[in-house]
Design a protein around this ligand. Structure first.
Ligand SMILES: [Zn+2]
Length: 116
């Protein structure tokens, strides 16, 4: 259950971004969540609803969560692939020397808001 602390971090960043851009009401937060973060979108939504309920800034805000799938590339043959079942072996040349390029991130893609 780390979604609550993750959401607190997200909302801190959103608050800061709103301050910097003179946004009075956030209407949308678009979040990208890599599947490797093991954060459950449903739990993130629930955490967001709990945390946003007593904030005026977030009272009209909608949380959109985009899941980012796992992406890897092979250092031996340079092919890119989506690993299955966390098998980090290249399907093209069977090399175990693979690099993870996506699926580990959690960040705010963009925020929409109003300045009134
Ligand atoms: Zn390979």
């Amino acid at each position: 259950m780390h979604e609550l602390s993750l959401m607190e971090g997200v909302m801190d960043i959103a608050k800061q971004a709103a301050d910097e851009n003179e946004i009075k009401k956030i209407t949308k937060i678009h979040l990208k969540v890599g599947i490797m973060t093991m954060a459950y979108p449903d739990a993130m939504q629930a955490a967001f609803e709990t945390l946003s309920s007593n904030h005026d800034l977030f009272s009209d805000a909608v949380l959109q969560i985009e899941e980012v799938s796992l992406q890897a590339s092979c250092r031996s043959c340079d092919e890119s692939f989506a690993p299955d079942n966390y098998q980090f072996v290249c399907p093209f040349c069977s090399s175990p020397d693979v690099q993870i390029n996506g699926g580990q991130e959690l960040f705010i893609d963009f925020i929409d808001g109003r300045k009134e």
